[in-house]
Write a protein that binds this ligand. Structure first.
Ligand code: GLP
Length: 293
């Protein structure tokens, strides 16, 4: 596991977007695993901007999202399909046929989960999986007690998740009780994982994910088992890490170049300090945070 700490949320999101773009340029047919939530909005805004300003080409890439609510139609404002179309897919030159989310309206949910796994495998597996982290440490919707070998399945949402996400629905009671989620095992099979977490409210769970014991009570601790996993944090989200200074030195002193070092070097220092790029992105795109998580 590698921990990269950036000065602020804008710089953290910027770094993740840059890494995705570098990987996409190296392999236009990249299979991207995508995530939703407020944290990802800044990454998608940045990707849209890079598409417009630097002609980043999404036409050949394929995407698989982590999860989808059960019982929400694709055009429901709180569905993750709506979120992805709104934040990214309809703003870049991606082929919608190559974008995939589980179908939360499927008659046979068990068959839908199995077919989602088959589709990922048929596309050669996921090259780069983007992850957020829930307040309880969930990845996707892998709630406490999710087996580390679990695959895509229907999961009952935990009380903590319901409290976290219900306010995003016009009436909290409209929030579905269940979701389809890729399993922890499905996530561990991805070739590279990048988890982005920002803000003080993520600091305690990030510390548990990175430095705590591995436990199925906190799905994110499974990432300690992944050989190519990077956590990108802002200072606030990193503030409860005992080893923060050491992780910083590891990143700065790295002798071999890696994609994160290269991406960090490509970002203008003034923009990092002021967070200007992030604010510009949001203005440019008219992004309203927190509409549909
Ligand atoms: C939802 C998603 C998760 C995501 C989490 C974090 O629960 N299912 O995949 O990690 O939100 O959201 P936020 O970035 O808003 O904190």
């Amino acid at each position: 596991m590698e921990v990269v700490i950036r000065p602020n949320a804008a710089a953290a999101a910027d770094l993740v977007a840059r890494v995705i773009v570098m990987e996409l340029r190296a392999n236009p047919r990249l299979v991207l695993g995508l995530a939703t939530g407020n944290t990802m909005e800044a990454v998608y805004a940045r990707l849209v901007r890079l598409h417009v300003e630097e002609s980043v080409d999404f036409s050949s890439c394929r995407t698989f999202n982590l999860d989808e609510y059960v019982g929400l139609a694709v055009n429901h404002v709180n569905s993750y399909r709506h979120y992805m179309n709104d934040r990214l897919f309809l703003k870049v030159n991606i082929d919608l046929q190559k974008t995939h989310l589980p179908d939360g309206m499927a008659q046979d949910l068990v068959a839908e989960c199995a077919s989602y796994e088959r589709l990922i495998a048929a596309n050669g597996g996921i090259d780069l999986q983007l992850l957020g982290i829930g307040q309880n440490g969930h990845l996707g919707f892998n709630e406490p007690l999710s087996a580390f070998r679990s695959r895509t399945r229907v999961e009952m949402l935990s009380p903590v998740t319901r409290v976290q996400n219900a306010p995003l629905f016009s009436r909290p009671e409209l929030m579905p009780q269940r979701a389809i989620t890729m399993g922890v095992g499905s996530i561990l099979d991805c070739r590279r994982c990048i988890l982005l977490a920002v803000g003080e409210e993520k600091a305690a769970i990030v510390a548990k994910a990175v430095e705590g014991p591995i436990t199925s009570m906190i799905s994110a601790t499974a990432l300690q088992l992944h050989p190519e996993c990077t956590l990108v944090l802002d200072e606030a989200a990193a503030s409860q890490l005992d080893g923060a200074d050491y992780y910083r030195r590891v990143f700065e002193d790295r002798l071999e170049q890696n994609v994160f070092r290269a991406a960090a070097a490509s970002i203008n220092k003034d923009d990092i300090q002021t967070g200007r790029q992030f604010e510009d992105n949001r203005d440019l795109l008219g992004v309203t945070p927190g509409e549909s998580k």
